[in-house]
Design a binder for this molecule. Structure first.
Ligand code: NDP
Length: 290
């Protein structure tokens, strides 16, 4: 195998986009997928189909995993545990930081190396330099394969701890899902009042685009553990969220999302924070974890 050849295991929409991208850059690509038929089109485009997982592993040192989760990795690799030694697994399946650490340990126990990846774009973003992926794991392994990985997306190396890429990925998803649900909820309230998603679009974009300014403003205060009520007060925020809950009820729309938000504001108030900023709610979150 040349230094430009890779094995890809897992051909969901992501793995397929990755295989297509490598092929279009002239790389040799060996594929294996549980459902073999998903490789057909790529084989027509020049990829090599491995009939067995062992064939796939023997083809290259560098093996990219694009699976639903880390359990799928074990399901596949446990049958080939005797030939894992010396392989470099770049795991682009998303899962928890803890599972990434366990996988790195499990592979190390078989003499193989593991880089954790957290892809930040949908399949359509693969092959574009403005896209990026978090990586973590041994720095020398990352450096050795960086160039090949950058065919897929730009890279953002987070550190040696194999959990880090997964952690940054999950933190991003934490913001993404809650943020997008807040958008969907707002659209439902709009629709119940005869306003279409299209009509709301400029307002939705303008509201979401105002968030970076708030993040910039509050970040140093949060890191300093300071939540002064000089620009906003938790009690004001709670009243505002209460209005949203009522507006939602009046629209006949499910209010469980703003009600959950209101409950968190109320817990902050019960902790005596009504005169502080709503950012003091971070302490309420911390208390729940304890
Ligand atoms: P899919 O879930 O569609 O693809 C899953 C792949 O895993 C398939 O090849 C499937 O095989 C295989 N698989 C699952 N379970 C097993 C198992 N027990 N044994 C063998 N193979 C198994 O995911 P995507 O392609 O969409 O994504 C891949 C990863 O990338 C996921 O972890 C996802 O979270 C992450 N990701 C996806 C993004 C997206 O927009 N799609 C964005 C960012 C990250 P089979 O074909 O046989 O079912």
């Amino acid at each position: 195998p040349s230094r430009n050849s890779v094995t890809i295991i897992g051909l969901g929409p992501m793995g397929q986009a990755m295989a297509r991208t490598y092929l279009s850059h002239g790389h040799e690509v060996t594929l294996w997928n549980r459902t073999a038929g998903k490789a057909d089109e790529l084989v027509e485009q020049g990829a090599v189909r491995a009939v067995t997982i062992k064939e796939a592993l023997n083809a290259n040192e560098l093996v990219i995993l694009s699976l639903t989760d880390y359990d799928a990795m074990y399901a596949i690799l446990e049958n080939a545990a005797d030939i894992l030694a010396g392989k470099v697994f770049v795991n682009l399946s998303s899962d928890t930081p803890e599972n990434a650490r366990k996988a790195a340990k499990w592979l190390a126990g078989h003499g193989a190396m593991h880089l954790t990846g957290g892809v930040q774009v949908p399949p359509s973003g693969i092959g574009k330099p403005e896209s990026f992926t978090f990586y973590s794991g041994p720095i020398e392994v990352f450096e050795a394969h960086k160039e090949v990985l950058e065919v897929l997306t730009s890279t953002d190396y987070r550190g040696e701890d194999p959990g880090l890429a997964a952690l940054y990925y999950q933190i991003g998803m934490d913001m993404f899902w809650t943020g997008m649900l807040s958008y969907l909820h707002a659209v439902a309230v709009g629709q119940a009042n005869g306003i279409t998603a299209e009509q709301l679009k400029p307002h939705a974009i303008s509201t979401m685009s105002s968030l970076p300014e708030f993040i910039e403003f509050y970040t140093p205060r949060i890191d300093a553990g300071e939540y002064p009520g000089d620009v906003d007060r938790l009690a004001m925020g709670a009243a505002s969220v209460e209005h949203i809950v009522h507006t939602t009820h009046d629209a006949g729309v499910d209010a469980s999302l703003p009600e959950a938000v209101l409950q968190i504001f109320k817990r902050g108030m019960a902790n005596g924070r009504e005169g502080d900023s709503f950012t003091s709610l971070i302490e309420t979150f911390r208390k729940s974890a304890a």
